[in-house]
Design a binder for this molecule. Structure first.
Ligand SMILES: Nc1ncnc2c1ncn2[C@@H]1O[C@H](COP(=O)(O)OP(=O)(O)O)[C@@H](O)[C@H]1O
Ligand SMILES: [Mg+2]
Length: 280
């Protein structure tokens, strides 16, 4: 609570004493929270209080690094690769006025969650890039495990509207928030296709006004979850694993994703190359 108070005080200092939550409806056609721009007040101010009011996550850098989340700080030079990826994604998304990106892969274990979280931290370092990462690989608790967030509630409670934003999401620093799943769920495809899921996620964006929302999805070829959820996202990144994902798998995914969404590109993860390539 102390952290929240400090954050709120900082926000008041920065924006003056006038910030307070705005809960009016978004303007028609604006789904990303920017519609809260009312009466000449910037949307950033309108969303600052709910965002800063999210409970602060107790993240341990050592746990993150042990789990290959290396962009939480800049001590591992490999962060540069994620920063380059971040900037390319950000440029395209800003150009197209897109807010939501799904991360998927052909099969499990390609490194989606690791890539999604590294990107999230990398986005979060960028000023004025409020980033929300949500784990929608609901049969697992991967994002919670990677972040070291124990005792998180099942995300089904949030997606079905039984649990509030403030009870579910957690914040790290001024720019980054997470929605993790604390219990492996079944009937995940049905849950992802529910109207309540769509409404909750839309309302969350409206209330918090993130600049980027990253959805960590299940693998595309191992069920229909990701395909079912694609209508809710602006664009997709495909993560393939070097030496594991076959050309046929990547090709099939590229075709399916391009048909149903905007495929931003393919990230080849788990490449082996010499250490000195990073060392400039
Ligand atoms: N670039 C990488 N190099 C080496 N191992 C990686 C890399 N990215 C991910 N991994 C490892 O691969 C495994 C699967 O990663 P994960 O992100 O959970 O995959 P997915 O979400 O696609 O199922 C984990 O053990 C993770 O540490
Ligand atoms: Mg995963």
């Amino acid at each position: 609570m102390e952290h929240i108070q400090i954050a709120l005080d900082k926000a008041k200092e920065k924006y003056g004493g006038s910030i307070r939550p705005v809960s009016g409806p978004a303007r028609p056609g604006e789904s990303n929270g920017k519609g809260a721009e009312q009466a000449g007040r910037p949307a950033a101010l309108a969303n600052a209080l709910p965002w800063l009011g999210l409970p602060v996550a107790d993240l341990q850098l050592r746990h993150l690094v042990r789990n290959r989340i290396i962009t939480a700080d800049k001590s591992n030079p490999a962060y540069a690769a994620f920063d380059r990826l971040r900037t390319r994604i950000l440029q395209e998304m800003r150009l197209q006025n897109w807010t939501t990106v799904a991360i998927t892969s052909p099969t499990a274990g390609c490194g989606k969650s690791v890539v999604a979280l590294n990107l999230a931290f990398s986005f979060g370092h960028q000023e004025e890039c409020r980033t929300l990462a949500i784990d929608l690989d609901l049969a697992q608790t991967r994002m919670a495990d990677l972040l070291g967030l124990e005792g998180a509630p099942p995300l089904a409670d949030f997606l079905s509207g039984r649990q509030s934003i403030q009870e579910t999401l957690v914040r790290h620093g001024p720019n980054l928030a997470f929605g993790v799943n604390g219990r492996p769920l079944s009937y995940t495809s049905e849950l992802l296709q529910n109207a309540s899921t769509r409404n909750v996620l839309t309302e969350t964006r409206r209330e918090l006004g993130p600049d980027i929302v990253i959805y960590d999805m299940p693998p595309l070829l191992c069920g229909d979850d990701t395909m079912a959820f694609l209508p809710n996202v602006d664009c997709v990144v495909l993560v393939a694993a070097a030496e594991t994902s076959s050309f046929a798998e990547i090709d099939l995914c590229e075709r399916e994703l391009s048909e149903k969404s905007n495929l931003l590109g393919v990230v080849l993860n788990k490449c082996r190359y010499p250490q000195e390539m990073y060392g400039y």
